[in-house]
Design a protein around this ligand. Structure first.
Ligand SMILES: *Cc1c(COP(=O)(O)O)cnc(C)c1O
Length: 368
């Protein structure tokens, strides 16, 4: 094995790939306008619907998660539309920035990074401004390791009436997600997070309310036109040449997920999250997220101990222990590092991260 092969990759996506998925990704190309492709697309779509908790259309796009967020925006909104950005971190801000780039009038309801969105404040913001036509929400904020109460947020948005567009990129396929029951009109995912597949595919669910919005939406769209994607999907195709190898891998990942079962997957992520947080505290380190009820089961942000530059800490972990962790974005850059524990992850993977941290930071973090 090369050095890279032996790395314990614990960033919040891309995640390591199980052997079955890697093998699937290596398969020969097929005709993307033929019957084999139609069968694969149907299997992937059904699997995604199951784990997103929706019976609505799910369109599979060749792009990263950000591309799929962009698709959600341009297919439901018009320039000048007033949109409420409920942001608890970097990815919430990015969702809003996309809407802004396409001319939406974005009203921001921000919460301190490391905390969750308060549903009553969202209800209040929507009640005070009846012109708001859509709310942008992040289910799991990967930059801080906070999971919002999406069921509660969905209820208040539904009561007020605007469209609910949700970034479920780092939650789908890992924790409970009931898009239909929770009132998500549009849910957006990406292949490299909980699905144990490589980066390259994004997905967008569209319920009937979202399709109504689509028919009125005037933001420019071409490659990301979900109406074209739906028309093609009905023929077992995609409008443009899809990332076939990633689709092979996604289907293989979904087969593994179906074999494990949704409730077992949710329970495993719960164990991984708790195990990581307990191990971090036991090592004398400090978690960013104080409220255990909102601590993410997919990613944990840890405060950088005094006397350490995050760059040096991550380098020591990588070169001496083959443990690859992530830094942070935006206002948390340099202040926290992040451990990914989503998708293909076991207790042993987390134990090796914790062991490496204890060796590099022997006194619970005091500088080297
Ligand atoms: C990873 C991630 C994204 C961005 O996805 P890309 O595939 O890097 O474009 C967006 N939102 C959340 C919550 C994420 O975790």
């Amino acid at each position: 094995m090369s050095a890279q092969e032996s790395d314990n990759l614990r960033i919040p996506g891309p995640t390591p790939l199980p052997p079955e998925v890697r093998q699937a990704a290596a398969a020969q190309m097929i005709n993307h306008r033929g019957p084999q492709f139609a069968a694969l697309l149907a299997e992937a779509t059904a699997g995604l619907q199951e784990f997103l908790g929706t019976e609505s259309d799910v369109l599979i796009l060749t792009c990263s998660g950000t591309g799929a967020l962009e698709a959600a925006i341009v297919n439901t909104l018009s320039p000048g539309d007033k949109v409420l950005s409920v942001s608890i971190g970097h990815f919430g801000d990015r969702f809003a920035a996309i809407a802004q780039a396409y001319g939406a009038h974005v009203v921001t309801l921000g919460f301190e990074w490391g905390t969750a969105a308060a549903p009553e404040r969202v209800a209040q913001a929507l009640a005070e401004d009846p012109e708001i036509v859509a709310a942008l929400v992040t289910h799991n904020e990967t930059s801080t390791g906070v999971t919002n109460d999406l069921a509660a947020l969905g209820r208040v948005v539904k009561t007020a009436g605007p469209l609910l567009l949700v970034d479920v990129i780092s939650s789908a396929g890992c924790i409970e997600l009931q898009s239909d029951a929770w009132g998500c009109d549009v849910a957006v995912g990406g292949s490299q997070k909980g699905w144990m597949a490589p980066p390259g595919l994004g997905f967008v669910s569209m319920n009937p309310r979202a399709w109504d919005a689509y028919r009125k939406a005037r933001m420019p769209r071409f490659y990301m036109d979900l109406g074209k994607a739906k028309a093609s999907a009905e023929k077992g195709q995609t409008p443009w040449t899809p990332a076939l190898s990633v689709l092979y891998a996604l289907v293989a990942g979904l087969r593994l997920m179906r074999a494990e079962g949704l409730s077992n997957i949710i329970a495993r992520h719960h164990r991984m999250g708790r195990h990581t947080r307990q191990g971090i505290r036991a090592a004398g380190l400090e978690l960013l997220v104080a409220d255990e009820r909102h601590a993410s089961n997919m990613v944990t942000a840890v405060r950088v101990p005094d006397g350490w530059a995050v760059k040096d800490l991550l380098q020591r972990l990588r070169t001496d222990h083959h443990v690859v962790l992530a830094g942070a974005q935006g206002i948390l850059a340099g202040r926290v590092f992040r451990i990914g524990h989503l998708g293909h992850c076991s207790e042993a993977d987390i134990d090796s991260v914790l062991a490496a941290l204890r060796q590099v930071l022997p006194r619970g973090g005091a500088g080297a």
